[in-house]
Write a protein that binds this ligand. Structure first.
Ligand code: AHM
Ligand code: MG
Length: 333
């Protein structure tokens, strides 16, 4: 049995010498995940379901548990002397914390908020960068806008039938399961690879009529291939990115959240959701794009930027790109 702490400790030298700073951040994220897992399990008993009565920077209604999870991570990370600053999907501005810190952390504290009240899995997504601004000064926006390839670590926690923590530091994807009796994450999925064949597809087709025609044609193509084969791809979509992504990571499947004619930029956030999931996908052997180019190569311009998101096994994502690039000007994506 290997605990998350042991696993991180064994590898910390690979990317930062032996200072332990980076490892301490990952441990704090693990601690936050354990606490959130505990709150979620008791949520309907403790009166913390439902809306808080506020709207966040994304224009979305804040749930009580969104607020709780956000505050928990803010508290944990701002007490960590190695963290220079944080940016949260729930916070309008980045928050500078410890000017001596070497790292900045971005997170979506509780992703899939619409599922909190109905017992459907939700998640936390995180991403860590080494700051580029001088140590000893407050962190700046440039620290957070380095681009997806500059991530040092990225991962998610899935609060599902078990609580799972999957992360990458660029040497594969590793997954841990929370053993509640011990209060420890134990290594259960070393070196995860996404199956190369897509067996599931996950997208919300309620706005299919507003997708670009090339993507509508891709969906027709998908359905025609399904009719012609004894191994069709099945629809699975719960509306929590972490849960939908996680299933597809383990079983092989695509996740699509494209833009529409009214909202070409899509819904999901590049920094909090896009980059981390894209890097995990690539590290697991899959592909991640905004429809036409690798998502990790899409330059960030603001911390709350949105992006179309296409994740999955390489062949299927290439097929989508072929549909889109042959027929659709890049700027409409
Ligand atoms: P959130 O960050 O406010 O929870 O929204 C993100 C969620 C994702 O988890 C999920 O993939 C998507 O929104 C679902 O959107 P839709 O309901 O439009 O299908
Ligand atoms: Mg989210």
């Amino acid at each position: 049995m290997v605990t998350l702490e042991q696993f991180i400790a064994d590898r910390q030298q690979e990317f930062e010498g032996a200072t332990g700073a980076f490892s301490k951040i990952l441990r704090d994220i693990g601690l936050g995940a354990k606490l959130i897992s505990f709150y979620l399990r008791r949520a309907s008993l403790s009166g913390i379901l439902g809306e808080l009565g506020l709207t966040n920077i994304q224009g979305e209604t804040v749930q009580k548990l969104d607020h709780l999870a956000n505050n928990l991570f803010l508290r944990l990370l701002s007490q960590n002397p190695h963290v220079a600053g944080v940016a949260s999907e729930e916070e309008e501005h980045l928050i500078a914390t410890n000017s001596q810190g070497k790292y900045v952390v971005l997170f979506d504290p509780l992703d899939g908020s619409s599922n909190i009240d109905v017992g459907v899995p939700v998640g936390t997504i995180f991403s860590i960068y080494k700051r580029v601004s001088p140590i000893g000064t407050p962190c700046t926006e440039a620290d957070f806008l380095q681009g997806g390839r500059a991530q040092l670590a990225a991962g998610y926690v899935l609060y599902g039938t078990s609580t799972l923590l999957f992360y990458t530091t660029g040497r594969g994807v590793h997954g841990f399961t929370l053993e509640p009796a011990a209060g420890e994450f134990l290594l259960t999925y070393p070196q995860v690879q996404m199956p190369p064949r897509s067996t599931y597809y996950s997208f919300n087709d309620n706005q299919l009529h507003e997708w670009v025609p090339a993507l509508q044609r891709y969906v027709q193509d998908l359905h025609s291939r399904n009719q012609a084969t004894s191994k069709p791809q099945s629809l699975r979509y719960v509306g929590s990115l972490v849960a939908d992504f996680h299933r597809n990571l383990l079983k092989g499947g695509i996740f699509l959240y494209p833009g529409t004619t009214k909202k070409p930029e899509g819904k999901l956030r590049l920094l909090y959701e896009g980059y981390p999931m894209a890097w995990l996908t690539e590290q697991a052997g899959g592909k991640a794009t905004n429809g036409v180019k690798p998502l990790l190569d899409v330059p960030p311009t603001s911390i709350h930027q949105r992006t179309p998101l296409f994740l999955g096994p390489a062949d299927e994502i290439d097929r989508i790109t072929a549909f889109l690039t042959e027929n659709v000007p890049v700027e409409t994506l």
